[in-house]
Design a protein around this ligand. Structure first.
Ligand SMILES: NC(=O)c1ccc[n+]([C@@H]2O[C@H](COP(=O)([O-])OP(=O)(O)OC[C@H]3O[C@@H](n4cnc5c(N)ncnc54)[C@H](OP(=O)(O)O)[C@@H]3O)[C@@H](O)[C@H]2O)c1
Length: 250
């Protein structure tokens, strides 16, 4: 799991540095989050080698993706990042040009892996068909309340990693009855159950937390395991719920 940084604009550098010191390795950002300069500062201040972290950023659908990759690196004060995503599909087409720019950036060593976000199965298939390049990641909204078995099966078969965004439902479903009953059994919080559900599914959640107790709690998910029945109960909560507009990949 990792740290999301959308709306983490208050004390970004201090918060991210604290997260790195706690043990967060994956940090998710984007050109439009306005958190890249703070993340760059946090990495420097934490005195950690960038290769010990996993930094993921994004280009926007209207960008020159190659140029944006370079400006993202400049803001982050990094020579390369681990992952660069197309933030969302463009209005027209599947984003071939954006993808070509990212492939170029990858070939030049500016990014290690490239991927997409908010893409449907059909759009990913078209992108692969046109470019021959399989995305390493699809970053999508993903919780027990809103997910897709079809997407999970497809990504497993194509070896595409699902990164789960808004994994805590932006707090909107944290008081769900079933979720709270399961949390009580394990002596964990509803947020920790949601993160653990992702871990056991093989999907990578990137919860955002500004508050230190939240950062600490969200990382404290490696000392318990949800049993099969509870995983089944959590999977059964699916109603294609979205805490944002809608599940954009369905
Ligand atoms: N690719 C995309 O289109 C896309 C879209 C949306 C999000 N994302 C990425 O996914 C990340 C996470 O999604 P998100 O920020 O939308 O929502 P989220 O992670 O589901 O929820 C964030 C909210 O949960 C609270 N929180 C964190 N830990 C908690 C805990 N243990 N108990 C109770 N509340 C807790 C946070 O509070 P505090 O901040 O007050 O601690 C914040 O209000 C984003 O930051 C971004 O990096 C990507």
């Amino acid at each position: 799991m990792g740290l999301g940084t959308w709306q983490l604009t208050k004390n970004t550098a201090e918060t991210v540095q604290y997260a790195i010191e706690l043990g967060y390795h994956l940090i998710d950002t984007s050109s439009d989050y306005r958190t890249q300069p703070g993340i760059g500062k946090a990495i420097k201040n934490a005195g950690i080698a960038p290769e010990e972290l996993y930094i993921a950023s994004k280009v926007e659908e209207t960008d020159d993706s190659y140029a944006r990759t370079k400006s993202n690196l400049k803001e982050l004060q990094l020579e390369y990042v681990d992952l660069m995503l197309i933030h969302r599909p463009p209005f027209i087409g599947v984003g071939e040009e954006l993808w070509e720019g990212l492939i170029q950036a990858k070939n030049e060593g500016l990014v290690k892996d490239i991927g997409v976000s908010n893409y449907s199965v059909d759009l990913i298939e078209l992108l692969i068909e046109k470019s021959g390049e399989v995305p390493a990641v699809n970053q999508i909204e993903w919780t027990p309340f809103g997910h897709s078995r079809e997407m999970l099966d497809y990504c497993r078969q194509r070896k595409i990693l699902i990164q789960a965004y808004s994994p805590l439902t932006r707090t909107k479903r944290l008081n769900d009855k079933t979720l709270n009953e399961i949390a009580r059994i394990y002596g964990k919080s509803p947020a920790q159950i949601l993160i653990r559900w992702n871990l056991q599914l093989g999907t990578v959640s990137i919860p955002k937390a500004n508050q230190k107790p939240h950062l600490e709690e969200d990382l404290d998910v490696f000392d318990f395991e949800l049993d099969e029945e509870d995983m089944r109960l959590l999977n059964g909560l699916n109603e294609h719920y979205s805490s944002l507009r809608s599940l954009q990949y369905i």
